[in-house]
Design a protein around this ligand. Structure first.
Ligand code: 3PG
Length: 406
């Protein structure tokens, strides 16, 4: 991809940078997370190069409880940066333009949640967005645009695709690092086996990924809800909802045809769990061999110990491992064994490793694992899926200097 990076950006300019600070929110309080830490690196470089910096970001979607102004984000980012970040309660009106006009070298402002403007959210072409009032008004105040919001790069929103058409555009550090690592499975050749941990609750996403990568991956390690649905497809009485919750049935109906055809076309790549874990009557972790599951009377929450060893061996001896989804309900320590041990095995090996998806990367923090043991821990959700499945990321394409106008 022919984008320019911060290495090619001359210092002392007026820069508009788009970050993704969208974060988990609990009762109105924004949780600090990896996104702040990562984007702080890009912003720090801009500050050190004496740029005048205005940041655009979003939080939540209109109508949701998590749809909030960015005041807390400015404070959290400032802490990571160890440098002031002024929150401006306006995106491109007079208050925003005044704040931008007053920026001195090395100053940073965070403009209001860009999704609070009407122009941001419609999915439009870059050309249409470039004509919007939001883009036209703000672009007039800046010399260059830095696209760093990789995890929103799958959206054709104004602040993602509009500015690169009217300003000199560069990929920030997050954008470039995420792009390189997450596209590796589709684009790089590895000297050895390529393994994917295919777990988690979002079976449709994972099956999409498996279907598009079936010719590039040697082993799919099946766990979580995904693993149970595959076991169900080969005749085991698992992968069914026991209570009211609909975790399995709707995803089974939506995917059973694709699951069966993956089993038929690529049987040797699929590594099924041989045992599963559940909570017994004393509410302790108990395990059962899959072959002994005759009647579905437990809620399975993790892969069992034998499966953990087998998956760890395969992952630990692969040349590359991509993780999409947890192998069990890791939020409950009793059922974190599969996810944590397999991640530890990947971390110990010297394979190229990418851990992606919001939930899975959370395990690393929850269980105090060393992030640097992995080649890359992605901060993206939807964009990670797009990268794995080879679908386009409009926010990256628009940074490509060789791109042709639509
Ligand atoms: C994310 O958190 O995945 C990104 O910020 C995109 O958010 P969205 O799904 O609301 O567009």
């Amino acid at each position: 991809m022919g984008y320019r990076t911060l290495d090619e950006l001359d210092g002392g300019q007026r820069i508009l940078a788009r970050l993704d600070l969208n974060s988990p929110v609990s009762v109105g309080v924004v949780a600090d997370n990896r996104r702040f830490r990562r984007h702080a690196r890009t912003v720090r470089e801009l500050v050190e190069a004496d740029h005048r910096v205005a940041l655009l970001a979003h939080q939540g979607r209109p109508g949701r409880d998590s749809f909030l102004p960015l005041e807390q984000h400015a404070d959290i980012l400032a802490e990571h940066l160890d440098h002031p970040v002024e929150y401006v309660p306006d995106t491109y009106g007079p208050t925003a333009l005044d704040a931008v006009g007053e920026l001195g070298p090395g100053d940073v402002v965070l403009l209001e949640n860009v999704r609070m403007t009407d122009d941001e959210l419609p999915e439009r072409s870059p050309e249409a967005h470039a004509r919007s009032e939001l883009v036209q008004t703000l672009a007039a105040e800046f010399d260059a645009y830095v696209g760093d919001a990789y995890s929103t790069a799958h959206r054709k929103h104004a602040s993602i695709v509009g500015f690169p058409l009217v300003l000199d555009a560069y990929a920030g550090r997050v954008m470039a690092t995420e792009y390189e690592a997450n596209s590796a499975i589709a684009e790089r050749e590895f000297d050895g086996e390529v393994t994917m941990v295919a777990g988690g609750k979002k079976a449709t996403d994972v099956i999409d990924v498996m279907a598009s990568l079936q010719d590039r991956v040697d082993n799919f390690l099946l766990g979580g809800v995904v693993g149970e649905l595959f076991l169900r497809a080969v005749g085991y009485d698992v992968g069914r909802d026991l209570g009211e919750e609909d975790v399995y049935e709707s995803q089974w109906r939506a995917n059973k045809g694709r699951i069966r055809s993956l089993i038929e076309s690529h049987p040797s790549q699929l590594v099924f769990p041989s045992d599963l874990a559940y909570a017994d009557q004393a509410d302790e972790r108990a395990e059962i061999t899959v072959a002994d599951v005759h009647k579905r009377d437990h809620d399975y929450r993790d892969i069992g110990t034998d499966t953990v060893s087998q998956f760890s061996d395969i992952a630990g001896t692969s040349a590359a491992v991509f993780v999409k989804g947890a192998l069990g309900v890791f939020e409950d320590e009793r059922f974190s064994t599969g996810t944590v041990r397999v991640l530890e095995a990947i971390g110990r090996s010297d394979c190229f490793s990418v851990v992606g998806g919001g939930d899975t990367s959370r395990v690393i923090d929850m269980y105090g694992m060393d992030e640097s043991a992995f080649s890359h821990v992605s901060i993206a959700g939807g964009a990670y899926i797009n990268a794995l499945t080879g679908r386009s990321l409009p926010g990256i394409e628009v940074l490509d200097c060789d791109r042709k106008a639509e």
